[in-house]
Ligand binder design. Structure first.
Ligand code: NDP
Length: 395
């Protein structure tokens, strides 16, 4: 029998958080929930606490934490915590062996790092944390002996196609290339002119995946693939010259690994995040994820094309930021978060997102990412610059 795993879910109310809880719900004999954490959505959090009965619930937002504590006053065994300190506490608690890192954006870095430093099994969905802090993050993993398992469907696919003990040594394993697949997003066939007028609602209507708003917009601009390119470089100890993005609109092949003998291993599945989540939760075992079996006869055909970097420049901006190194990926990420938030709020056009990111990257000097403090300082500087540029563009 497998040992019971006690889990903290950071970002419990989000798309990944809810999919994680759906897998956990199917296996009460394997998983128990130590803590759930979110930001502001009190009613959703209260309902999850009533169902999963965690020992702790954290709201990053202080007012939301007070409201949650009041709502759960009839459940005194649930301790309600707040703020970044509360997130870090439940991510590193001694009772916890597994942490799902599924907060969206840079806000996820401190608690994810806390889980890493405490040597947990860390299921990494929050790609922004790794993009921002790359080498420092991987050094922390190596120092603590944390078990870092990728949840992004592409990276989980690559992980499944590699020998488990050679993930950090792909060359030694005879791996020549990683073929990173991309759906192409909802605007794959839009002209540059059409892209100018797309709305947040259109950008969030992904053809294959149901996801949170920020990653949906990132998928539409192809910044998501850019962030994933950087994520893959760190996770698999490689560089962009060995990674080729393949647009595959069906989103059935989640990525591929090419070997020196010409073999190409692929991982396939329905576009449902419960597959990589279940893979990470139970690894190296396999458990039911509640995902419908793949019907290749119904799908019929697979298509592949190269990404169009003229219409979707964010992918190239990310590759360039990785090449520039140091704090450049953290600046890219922060500028993107600000631009996407402005687009979602109706204050910025879709095609202005890469314009803002390019301007912020050009206005910021790249310094070595010597410490997390340096990274957080650059993140703050980039956000300030991005907000200024957005204001100028809107006026
Ligand atoms: P959602 O927007 O659906 O959920 C985000 C979660 O993070 C919510 O629980 C939210 O709480 C919480 N949150 C937001 N801000 C903070 C904060 N400052 N402090 C603490 N918690 C916060 O996002 P997704 O689930 O779609 O994505 C989560 C991460 O997983 C992202 O990094 C994304 O790139 C990655 N990912 C997602 C995939 C998907 O299919 N959705 C696929 C692969 C990767 P509240 O509800 O209270 O606001």
């Amino acid at each position: 029998m497998s040992p019971m795993r006690n889990i903290t879910i950071l970002g419990a109310t989000g798309s990944i958080g809810l999919s994680t809880l759906d897998v956990i719900r199917r296996h009460p004999d394997r998983f128990s929930v130590h803590a759930l954490a979110a930001n502001t959505r009190v009613a959703e959090m209260a309902a999850l606490c009533r169902e999963f009965q965690p020992s702790c619930a954290v709201m990053a937002d202080a007012k939301a934490a007070d409201a949650l504590a009041a709502t759960l006053s009839d459940l005194p065994h649930i301790t309600v915590l707040q703020g970044e300190a509360g997130l870090c506490e439940v991510a590193s608690a001694a009772e916890v062996d597994t942490v799902m890192a599924a907060i969206v954006g840079a806000a996820g870095l401190p608690p994810t790092l806390s889980a890493v430093r405490a040597g947990k099994r860390v299921l990494l969905a929050n790609k922004e944390a790794l993009v921002m802090s790359g080498q420092l993050f991987m050094d922390a993993v190596a120092e603590s002996g944390a078990e870092l398992l990728p949840i992004d469907s592409e990276h989980n696919a690559i992980f499944q196609c590699m020998p488990a003990d050679r993930v950090r040594d792909p060359g030694g394993a005879g791996i020549t290339r990683i073929l990173l697949t991309a759906s192409g997003g909802p605007f794959r066939e839009h002209s540059q002119d059409e892209l100018r007028s797309v709305s947040p609602a259109q950008a969030c209507a992904h053809p294959n995946w149901s996801m949170g708003q920020k990653i949906s917009v990132d998928s539409a601009t192809l910044m998501n693939k850019g962030l994933e390119l950087i994520e893959a470089c760190w996770l698999f100890n490689t560089d962009p010259s060995r990674i080729e993005v393949h647009v595959h609109p069906e989103s059935i092949i989640h990525s591929m690994v090419e070997y020196a003998d010409g073999s190409v291993l692929a991982q396939l599945g329905s576009p449902d995040m419960r597959t990589p989540i279940a893979n990470g939760l139970a690894w190296p075992e396999r458990i039911d994820a509640g995902v419908a079996p793949l019907d290749l006869f119904a799908i019929g055909r697979f298509h592949f094309e190269r990404p169009d970097l003229d219409r979707f420049p964010c992918l190239q901006l990310a590759a360039d930021a990785f090449k520039a190194g140091g704090t450049a990926p953290a600046v890219l990420n922060a500028a993107n978060e600000e631009a996407v938030a402005a687009f979602l709020a109706g204050n910025l056009g879709f095609t202005d997102i890469p314009v803002i990111i390019r301007q912020v990257l050009a206005a910021t000097d790249v310094v070595p990412a010597a410490s997390f403090e340096t990274i957080f300082a650059k993140d703050a500087e980039a956000r300030r610059l991005a907000r200024e540029q957005i204001r100028l563009l809107v006026v």
